[in-house]
Design a protein around this ligand. Structure first.
Ligand code: SF4
Length: 446
């Protein structure tokens, strides 16, 4: 029996972009029973997730020309070129666009750069679907660079150029390339477009790898961000393994015991479902339980307990990541995102801008439950707004200061006014200096 401590990088597993795309995939299967639904490219680089969707009825294709006229087509988080979008539209397809907002932001930058005639450079993996989609946005040729060496070997870097990065590119290499470019040319515009979930994941993974005897990177060998994590770990920990699931870990256990491994670090790519991460950790934990009570080792139960958890009824801060017609999704630093009914936002709330800038908001955790598709976290914005606004109203009452309210309803002998969701009753004798008879005329006024 081995004896090891297992630690997991906090940001392991599905990122919000992939999680949102996978959720959408299941929801459209439910929404369009009997219709042909295609995913254009694998929705995530994970065989288990893709396999489950295929067995649920989704059809995998790789080219827009392969889909039937008038069918439903899901665009994955990597995004596609505008030309692909046009082809699908010309085939009268219903396009369900799950392009991650971080990727969309790069499309916008490159599209604008192309229109303004700037040469565009992308740091990323040539041929990666996300990079292909980004390149398609520019009307001018785009140069893709995968390493500092490649950048240094360029015969000429054009001035007045625009630089972006694939969202999952190594932040360290991107920084090195930027420093090199800034010394060489003037008038360049460099956009840091590596997504923050990738940066956090890479940083936490690097820290963990420094301290570990063994590093396990869980994910698919075809996943770009998983491979980056593997590279980061290999640079810092000699015993680094990229595994697809628990079955690949089992044969390694005897060697770890022989080498008296004490600390095992675990990280996972953005396309790895939490169920696979749990399975891998459970396998290592069950085979490495130390019977010595003096030991610091943990078992699977302890590990799961140690995953940072949101508490029900807590008020926390989160960043708006995406939204659909029913919900607004918020990253609340948990393994899963939380969602707020869209109806809780003011009618003039700018959802597009909030997603674009990952607007931070305070939310109340209404409920947390486990479902077949993972953890479901229901949040409320109006609950927080209500508490704040109520406190403001009370303070205004104490200090005898006026507040602006909107009259929303007429009731017996008065009206109901709203202050950010807090209802206030105003008697007809308090509306004006004289008694008001026509209360209806006040409805909608502030
Ligand atoms: S890794 Fe980042 S950019 Fe890519 S899908 Fe996930 S959140 Fe979006």
């Amino acid at each position: 029996m081995g004896s090891w401590k297992i630690e997991s990088a906090k940001s392991s597993g599905f990122c919000f972009g992939v999680e949102s795309a996978v959720k959408t995939a299941y929801s459209i299967l439910e929404k369009y029973p009997g219709r042909k639904i295609y995913m254009l490219g694998e929705i995530t680089h994970n065989e288990t997730v893709v396999g489950d969707l295929l067995s649920s009825g989704m059809i995998l294709v790789h080219e827009p020309g392969e889909v039937d006229e008038g069918s439903v087509v899901l665009i994955r988080a990597h995004g596609v070129t505008p030309q692909v979008m046009e082809e699908l539209s010309s085939r009268n397809c219903e396009i369900i666009d799950c392009t991650c907002p971080f990727v969309k932001k790069i499309h916008t930058i490159v599209n604008k750069a192309g229109k303004e005639g700037h040469p565009v450079y992308i740091t990323g993996t040539k041929g990666h679907p996300e990079v292909v989609g980004i390149c398609g946005e520019s009307t001018h040729p785009v140069t893709v660079i995968s390493s500092l060496e490649e950048c240094q070997a360029l015969p000429n870097i054009e001035s007045d150029s625009v630089w972006v990065s694939q969202t999952t590119f190594s932040s360290k290499v991107f920084q090195e390339i930027c420093e090199f470019v800034q010394k060489k040319i003037a008038n360049d515009q460099i956009f840091g477009t590596i997504c923050y979930t990738t940066e956090n994941r890479q940083r936490e993974t690097a820290d963990l790898a420094e301290l570990s005897d063994v590093m396990i990177v869980i994910g698919s060998k075809t996943s770009s961000n998983t491979k980056k994590l593997y590279d980061i770990c290999s640079d810092r920990c000699a015993l680094t393994y990229l595994v697809g699931g628990a079955e690949e870990v089992l044969p390694l256990l005897p060697m770890w015991r022989e080498r008296k491994v004490k600390r095992i670090g675990v990280t996972a790519g953005a396309s790895t479902p939490v169920s696979i991460i749990r399975e891998v950790i459970q396998t290592m934990s069950e085979n490495g339980v130390n019977t010595n009570p003096e030991s610091n080792d943990i078992n699977f139960g302890d590990y799961i307990e140690s995953i940072p958890q949101l508490r029900k009824n807590a008020t926390v801060k989160g960043a708006i990541t995406t939204c659909d017609s029913d919900f607004v999704y918020v990253d609340v630093h948990d393994k899963s995102e939380g969602k707020i009914p869209r109806s809780e936002f003011e009618p003039d709330f700018d959802f597009e801008a909030a997603v674009e800038e990952h607007k931070e908001i305070e939310v109340y955790v209404k409920s947390i439950r486990n479902t077949d598709m993972g953890k479901e976290i229901i949040l409320s914005k109006s609950h927080v707004d209500f508490s704040k606004n109520k406190a403001e109203i009370e303070a205004a009452y104490e200090n005898k200061t006026p507040v602006t309210v909107k009259i929303t309803n007429v009731v017996k002998d008065g009206v109901i006014a709203s202050y950010g969701g807090v209802d206030i009753y105003i008697h007809r004798t308090q509306l004006e200096l004289n008694v008001v008879n026509d209360l209806e005329a006040y409805k909608g006024k502030t």
